[in-house]
Design a protein around this ligand. Structure first.
Ligand code: AYL
Length: 528
């Protein structure tokens, strides 16, 4: 039953008035008067109340302003989970500046690209990373400050007086965050998220008589996923603060330390990714700790196996377990389990949840682009004021992702069932996900082609039990060994972009327009 009438799916929850007059930091601190003396941030070193978090953010805003940061300037946050990450992010919002977050494990080459594209004026980091911030490689000057003791010739984290926070006129249409994502194709690009898009997206979870994701002031939300990635940045930091909950910041994942922290701080909400869910169900140490405080577990950012979901249910019989499905470009949340709502709905195992309120979703036939009815597989598209404005300085990639009618095309294949639940079945885009980390094939292909003995290359995902997917390369070249190719890449990229297998071939299959026929290569892997 294909026809041109559009099948649009909406939330079961009614639309709400969106607080689109507020800037992101105003919205995240909306509860400040009520929760001023509640715990906001818990780190290994100390805790901060909401009042202290707000004050510290304002002091950092004053300090950054003294360093010359102005409205519209990009600030790179290159930090592990820490109170300083939150202060810097909120301070950037207060100044009308733009936070571009990056993985502290990135290599100098990877950081160099993001610094150049974002045109960052300041990097806030740890002294251990300053050697990777190469001024010479850039065509613009940026300052570097460290939140720990700075090495020689570097400056400490800036703090001014609260009274020195400048008055800045900021519009809700201004950019506040610029995370990087490769989207459906090509290299990593800056994703323009405005105050309006992020406030909308947080409101879609947190507002209304029946909030889609119900967090309470008494909740202790686990922040073990990195804040530089949109998942934790949004669901833990922004939603957690909007709710007035306490956020438990875990700087480095180590199983026993994590279990201890959950027990000690009585974590109630655990935001996880599939590899962590699997670890929690398989690691025997889990039985030695009291995890009964956990009332809710959300998994997102990669497919969660049915077995892992069931095993976690057995481990945490009192917790509501469900998924969220998001994409950096979609602001980020598309769907969320309605089991997390204040007045929850029944949900099915394997479902990624239901589309958020104040948004529209459609499933399109990849060939005809016609929208499909329930239970038909197709590409998931979403529309609403939460989605990105576009990619920074890349109109072509923006137009390929957001169509003329405002629909964002995710490159994910899925369907909506009779109860409005969304199930993901495949990823049709180039993107490889090692665990939940983005591995853009185009980046590795460029790198491989830069090798003097490599004429052409293609990188595709291979299924992997532990990581979900790993990148493998098809390479055309001479005098090459597999190890030499692997080493060449490994030296220049963060650990999760390493090539796991190299296949030497005579030619890369391509279409007439020169596009790599990735499907063909993936099919080859299935038979190898
Ligand atoms: P990015 N199941 C399967 N695949 C998923 C899921 C899921 N629950 N969530 C995300 N993905 C895949 O930009 C999917 O292919 O954002 C999607 O297009 O790094 C891609 O990951 C996007 O990768 C939330 C809020 C998740 C945010 C997010 C951000 C996800 C990562 C859930 O509630």
């Amino acid at each position: 039953t294909l026809d041109e009438t559009t099948h649009i799916f909406r939330s079961k929850l009614p639309d709400i008035p969106l607080p689109n007059n507020l800037l992101l930091h105003e919205y995240c601190f909306l509860k400040l008067p009520e929760v001023a003396h509640h715990t906001c941030l818990i780190s290994a070193a100390r805790t901060y109340t909401y009042a202290e978090t707000h004050r510290a953010s304002r002091k950092v805003a004053a300090g950054m302003s003294k360093l010359g940061i102005q409205k519209g300037d990009a600030v790179m946050i290159l930090l592990p989970n820490s109170p300083e990450f939150v202060f810097t992010f909120m301070a950037v919002s207060m100044l009308g500046a733009v936070a571009t977050t990056a993985n502290p494990s990135y290599t100098a080459a990877e950081l160099s690209k993001q610094l150049a594209i974002s045109n960052a004026k300041l990097v806030v980091t740890l002294s251990a990373h300053v050697h990777k911030l190469n001024q010479q490689a850039q065509h613009h000057f940026f300052k570097v400050v460290t939140v720990d003791d700075p090495p020689e010739n570097f400056s400490a984290f800036p703090e001014g007086e609260e009274s020195e926070v400048p008055e800045v006129e900021i519009s809700v249409e201004d950019t506040v965050a610029l995370p990087f994502s490769s989207g459906t194709t090509g290299l990593a690009k800056g994703v323009i998220l405005t105050h309006k898009s992020l406030v909308t997206s947080v409101a879609q979870q947190m507002e209304g008589e029946n909030p889609h994701m119900y967090l309470k002031e008494e909740d202790v939300v686990l922040c073990v996923l990195p804040l530089f990635h949109i998942f934790a940045m949004h669901i833990v930091m922004m939603c957690g603060m909007r709710a007035g909950s306490a956020i438990l910041l875990i700087e480095k994942f180590e199983m026993r330390a994590l279990l201890q922290a959950i027990e000690r701080h009585r974590v109630t909400v655990a935001i996880l990714v599939p590899p962590l869910v699997v670890a929690l169900t398989k690691n025997s140490a889990v039985e030695e700790y009291d995890l009964s405080s956990i009332r809710m577990v959300m998994s997102g950012a990669a497919p969660l196996g049915l077995q892992a979901e069931e095993a976690l249910r057995n481990r945490l019989p009192h917790a509501i377990i469900g998924q969220g499905y998001g994409m950096t470009e979609s602001g980020p949340v598309l769907t969320m389990s309605l089991g997390f709502a204040k007045f929850p709905f029944p949900t099915k195992s394997g479902s990624c949840g239901t589309v958020v309120r104040n948004a529209e979703m459609k499933i399109i036939d990849p060939l005809t682009s016609f929208s499909l009815p329930r239970n038909h597989h197709g590409e998931i598209c979403v529309r609403g004021s939460q989605i990105m404005k576009g990619y920074l300085n890349d109109e072509k990639a923006t137009a390929e992702t957001i169509d003329a009618d405002g629909w964002l095309h995710t490159g994910d294949i899925g369907y909506v069932d009779d109860d409005d639940e969304v199930f993901l079945v495949d990823r049709a885009k180039e993107l490889i996900k090692f665990k939940t980390f983005q591995v853009p094939p185009a980046e590795l292909e460029d790198l491989l082609r830069s090798h003097p003995s490599i004429a052409d290359a293609a990188v595709v995902p291979q299924k992997d039990d532990a990581a979900g997917q790993v990148p493998v390369a098809f390479v055309v070249g001479f005098d090459l060994t597999e190890d030499a190719v692997k080493d060449f890449v490994a030296k220049q990229v963060v650990f999760y972009k390493r090539i796991h297998k190299v296949y030497l071939v005579d030619a890369i299959p391509k279409s007439q327009t020169g596009k790599i026929l990735r499907k063909e290569l993936r099919a080859k892997l299935d038979c190898i």
